[in-house]
Design a protein around this ligand. Structure first.
Ligand SMILES: Nc1ncnc2c1ncn2[C@@H]1O[C@H](COP(=O)(O)OP(=O)(O)OP(=O)(O)O)[C@@H](O)[C@H]1O
Length: 236
């Protein structure tokens, strides 16, 4: 059986600086994979290749039947890949509700498309603040809004890069709760985060990235069994 998402032999970099030397992992529809590794090892670069923000030098990137190497970012988005960028990038001078409506698109005529009501059900706090401007939100609220905006595009695959970085513990918990609900609703995700416990509770598979290569990958059970080996790669 061919996996739904396939990343194989992925090589990429910036100018003459090659950062990825053969990244390899697969993901089935509705499943969740975590990318682990210390800073600067190539996690974000891998995500950028998937999002069409960097053209890979070599390798396979396939989503369903489509090869997505070299597609532009808007073309990848149209295939149903939703991105929650590091640093959030919400519109500061639009209200919460305007931010959500700005990205609304039901590209797949989903049976249950994401609506304002559905996003507000995941994040009651956004509903309370729906008339506030983007720049009046706390860091955690901005992060919720960034996730909400990605959902409004009705993605089939959600990519989260350090979605809980720098947030207060309670807000982090809230984000993990919503990601768990999205998983239960069948959303496929690629998640980059530093919280190994939370990732083991959420994700099915885990991929370690070390200097642009994958020295270890496995399911959560394997990660539990080989935790000290994996933690050596993470520098913890
Ligand atoms: N725009 C860029 N131009 C040149 N080099 C870059 C650029 N972005 C990242 N790099 C380099 O690529 C390497 C991998 O970076 P990447 O952002 O993929 O790491 P990461 O694993 O996501 O870590 P982090 O958590 O720090 O983002 C680093 O050495 C970094 O300095």
């Amino acid at each position: 059986m061919m996996a739904w998402l396939e990343v194989a032999g992925l090589q990429a970099g910036y100018g003459g600086n090659q950062v990825l030397h053969g990244i390899q992992f697969e993901l089935e529809e509705g499943r969740i994979v975590s990318l682990l590794g210390r800073n600067g090892m190539g996690k974000t670069t891998t995500l950028k290749c998937l999002m069409g923000l960097i053209v890979p030098k070599a390798g396979t990137l396939r989503l369903g039947q489509r090869t997505i190497n070299g597609l532009a970012a808007h073309e990848v988005a149209r295939l149903g890949v939703g991105w929650v960028p590091e640093g959030r990038q919400i519109f500061p001078t639009l209200t919460v509700e305007e931010n959500l409506l700005a990205t609304a698109a039901d590209r797949h005529r989903a049976a249950q498309p994401y609506t304002l009501q559905r996003v507000y059900a995941f994040f009651p706090r956004l509903q309370e603040r729906r008339q506030n401007m983007g720049n009046q939100l706390s860091g955690g609220e901005q992060q919720m809004l960034a996730i909400g905006r990605a959902l409004m595009t009705n993605p089939r695959l959600l990519i989260l890069d350090e979605a809980t970085e720098g947030l207060a513990p309670l807000i982090r918990q809230e984000i993990w709760r919503v990601l768990g609900e999205l998983r239960n609703a069948g959303m496929a995700m690629i998640v980059v985060d530093k919280d190994l416990e939370a990732l083991m509770a959420l994700a099915d598979r885990h991929v370690v990235i070390e200097k642009g290569r994958v020295p270890w990958q496995g399911d959560t059970e394997a990660l539990r069994a080989q935790r000290s080996e994996v933690e050596r790669y993470l520098g913890v």
